[in-house]
Design a protein around this ligand. Structure first.
Ligand code: 2RA
Length: 355
């Protein structure tokens, strides 16, 4: 049994982390909810019952075995290294502060769990990267990816609870024919799409787009993997979708790709276009697995390429679930790890037999 702190417990990702810890029956001895002075003393209604929020301090965080950080990059830069300085508390950071540090592993457990062996500070990837990576990694292992071209359709809640509120209230105002000002987004989001997420870089891409490039290369441990992205905000509430084109080294068919994806952990093949079945934000919301579908031969790269569409809950796979999976992995002994992987393998095989 371990003691876990969630820092930034009152935010959208923090709340989701608490939910996931409960839903996955994480073996907690104590759950500590930490936040800013402003939120300290508040009572939160959680899946574990009514819990009091405490003011963050390094000492309180260090009294825990695991600290899940759902905070800004600036806060994490200052405090994550101070927490791990005790040589025992594991910090799993959802911000981008340490993602590109050479000695900090950037982890999606189903892909590169071994990168976190012996590390106290572990970075969680950006949601857009993590969702695409779930579908791309099994394809990379089987057909060796050469090029990846991504276009995203990102939900308002990717910008936090305030993003979601701005979309909901703005939509109501717009329907009433009233002004709907924007603060969170660069332009009004209702009835619009905005090809601008995070700041523009000197190469003309946004930081959100470059995160997909940098992070995919780091997680896949392959700097030669050519990748580009166009990131777009759309007026949906939750779950990000991505249209992806791949060029592969090996020949690939949709049938072969589907076989591979069906046995991949964390992936659900949702691909029956004749029955109008394909990945969508509404069906992938609150789901642990990333939906993958619309898998077809690329008109440009076939027989060495495919087009596909993915949809995944960015608060889960892209943040809270990934962080809790990292904590589960870090907590397990080697013997436990073998047992869990065996169980996952058997479970997946059983699902395949029944589906
Ligand atoms: C967004 N991916 O959707 C970002 C959040 N990290 O805004």
């Amino acid at each position: 049994m371990v003691k876990v702190a969630v820092v930034g417990a009152t935010g959208a990702v923090g709340e989701e982390m608490i939910e996931v810890l409960h839903a996955r029956k994480f073996p907690l001895s104590e759950l500590v909810l930490l936040a800013s002075e402003r939120s300290a003393g508040k009572s939160m209604n959680t899946a574990f019952g009514e819990k009091q929020v405490e003011a963050f301090s390094v000492e309180r965080a260090q009294s825990c075995d695991f600290v899940l950080m759902a905070v800004s990059g600036g806060f994490s830069t200052e405090f994550s290294p101070q927490i791990t300085a005790n040589g025992k508390t594991v910090v799993i950071d959802n911000s981008s502060a340490f993602r590109y540090h050479e000695d900090v592993p950037l982890v999606v457990p189903e892909i590169n769990r071994s990168a976190m062996e012996g590390k106290l500070l572990i970075a969680n990837p950006n949601c857009t990267t993590a969702i695409a990576a779930m579908a791309l990694w099994p394809l990379h292992k089987s057909f060796k990816l050469k090029k990846i071209i991504v276009s995203t359709y990102q939900a308002a809640s990717g910008a936090g609870a305030q993003g979601m509120t701005e979309l909901e209230e703005g939509t109501r105002l717009a329907l009433d024919g009233k002004e709907h000002p924007n603060e969170v987004f660069a332009h009004p989001l209702p009835f619009n799409v905005i090809p601008h997420i995070d700041s523009f870089q000197s190469n003309g891409y946004t930081k959100e787009e470059m995160k997909v490039v940098w992070e995919t290369q780091k997680i896949f441990d392959d700097k030669t993997l050519a990748c580009s992205c166009t990131a777009v905000r759309i007026p949906t509430k939750r779950a990000h979708s991505e249209a992806i084109t791949i060029e592969t080294e090996e020949d690939v068919t949709p049938e072969a790709a589907i076989e591979v994806l069906k046995s991949a952990p964390g992936v659900e093949v949702v691909d029956s276009p004749s029955e109008k079945v394909y990945p969508m934000p509404l069906t992938s919301t609150k789901k642990y697995d990333v939906e993958v579908g619309r898998i077809r031969r690329s008109l440009i790269f076939a027989p060495k390429g495919l087009d596909l569409f993915v949809s995944g809950d960015q608060l889960l796979r892209g943040a809270a679930l990934n962080a809790v999976l990292i904590a589960e992995e870090a907590k397990l002994t080697s013997a436990d790890k073998q047992k869990t992987r065996h169980a996952l393998h058997v479970q997946k095989a059983a699902v395949q037999v029944h589906s």
